[in-house]
Design a binder for this molecule. Structure first.
Ligand code: PMP
Length: 428
């Protein structure tokens, strides 16, 4: 029965029952962690062959260049081809780099800030005049995007993000009005944390909308492009093609990596864009490095072989993590469904489930869970400045712990969600 329909006496009885259940959690001495979207050891093991590659017989790439030496700023052609095929981007419009796409996000924004990106002056020049650069943040979103933007002095402007895309009307209005709005963060496929997928139609609107800033940039972070959880392996939207068609070919910076395909800490990252954007990025990059870790790129190319090799590997990941997502959804439905106090996403891919609990209780739920030995990301972390106005969102990352621990943790979490909701209702 919905919590809203319970009489005061029924609420008190439920409160007592939940308190007992919660108190029983504590002596169990749980140490469960649902905080970060990390692959489990079992997933990492799928790529252990990398540890023996490229081997002493493989010291040159397909073009005959010695991978042990300096150079090759754009990265190996063969690894760019594999990821170009997966992302729907020509290999010559991709750069392959070192192990973190977050570093490329940092560098590309810093280059725009210090040197200006094609079509615009250095953003730092505006900052020096006392102006504030602003970035649109579809929310809930990825906390590290927000922290990076904030660290560079940008103001974060939240815009609602639903599972089928962001609030386009608001985005179009703000971008058309304010020349200081220079960018928007987009995680187009299975967004972190709510699993949103941007359709071709939504993408077309974003690449074609009029913007007050000539150098407005879509920060297209396709971190989960191939991370399907169902048989419906959706194809990436041809964002660069659509942008070119809309006569804004330079509007998009594309980011991706193999972090959650091979090794999260030792993968290959990618940057994509129009020819102009790629040339601009390489020109700036040449002052930062003489070349990437080509040995790692070669070992990845040898191991993955081609786009189908990646797709096959991702199905093996899915076999490991899909039961964890299913367990979360099953336990939440079982424990919370009838009370109508929470809503959660059932993502078709990616690494997260976004849980909305009763308003003004998320921080309390996280506190209760912590005391019971269940670590969750701080409430509000999916919001700019860590501030969730309704204090209702909690990000669940189920991939890292073993399945049995996921089940225990979510069951404990459900107790905390209910206890916080009932306590608040009794206090009202
Ligand atoms: N983008 C998103 C949306 C992510 O969720 C993550 C990892 N949690 C990253 C980027 C980090 O990517 P990388 O490992 O390539 O730095």
């Amino acid at each position: 029965m919905s919590l809203a329909d319970l009489s005061p006496a029924e609420l008190s009885a439920l409160h007592e029952e939940l308190t007992t259940r919660y108190e029983e959690l504590k002596p169990a001495g749980l140490k469960l962690d649902l905080t970060r979207g990390k692959p489990s050891a079992e997933q990492l093991d799928l790529s252990n062959e990398l540890l023996g590659l490229p081997g002493p017989d493989h010291t040159v790439d397909a073009a005959g260049v010695d991978v042990r030496n300096y150079g090759g700023l754009q990265g190996l052609q063969e690894i760019r081809q594999i990821f170009g095929d997966l992302l729907g981007i020509p290999a010559d419009q991709l750069i392959a780099a070192d192990n973190s796409s977050l570093s490329i996000m940092h560098d590309s924004l810093t280059f725009a800030l210090l040197h200006g990106r094609p079509g615009g002056a250095p953003w730092a020049r505006l900052q020096a005049r006392g102006e504030t650069i602003k970035v649109l943040c579809p929310t809930p979103g990825y906390d590290r995007h927000f922290m990076l933007s904030e660290a560079l002095g940008f103001e974060l402007i939240p815009v609602d993000l639903d599972v089928d895309g962001p609030d386009l009307d608001t985005i179009k209005k703000l971008a058309a009005e304010d020349p200081l709005i220079k960018a928007i963060w987009v995680v187009p496929t299975y967004a972190n944390p709510n699993g949103a997928v941007y359709s071709s139609e939504v993408t077309r609107e974003l690449v074609s909308m009029p913007t007050a800033a000539d150098d407005f940039t879509i920060l297209w972070d396709n971190a989960y492009a191939v991370h399907h959880l169902t048989d419906d392996e959706i194809k990436p939207v041809d964002v660069l093609g659509l942008a070119a068609e809309a006569r804004h070919p330079d509007r998009v910076f594309v980011y991706a990596s193999s972090s959650k395909i091979t090794f999260a800490g030792a993968g290959v990252s990618f940057f994509g864009g129009s020819k102009t954007i790629i040339d601009w990025y390489l020109a700036n990059l040449s002052k930062r490095t003489i070349g990437p870790d080509k040995i790692n790129q070669l070992r990845h190319a040898l191991f993955l072989k081609d786009a189908d090799g990646v797709r096959a590997l991702m199905r093996r990941h899915r076999a490991i993590i899909e039961p964890k997502f299913a367990a979360v959804e099953e336990i939440l439905a079982d424990r919370l469904g009838s009370y109508e106090v929470a809503r959660w996403t059932e993502p078709q891919g990616g690494y997260f489930i976004s849980l909305d609990v009763a308003e003004h209780t998320a921080a309390e739920v996280v506190r209760l869970a912590k005391e019971a030995g269940i670590a969750l990301t701080p409430a509000g972390s999916a919001y700019p400045y860590g501030k969730d106005p309704a204090d209702k969102n909690i990000r669940i990352a189920p991939t890292f712990p073993p399945l049995a621990q996921v089940r225990t943790a979510i069951d404990g979490l459900a107790t905390c969600v209910l206890l916080a909701a009932v306590t608040r209702r009794l206090a009202q």
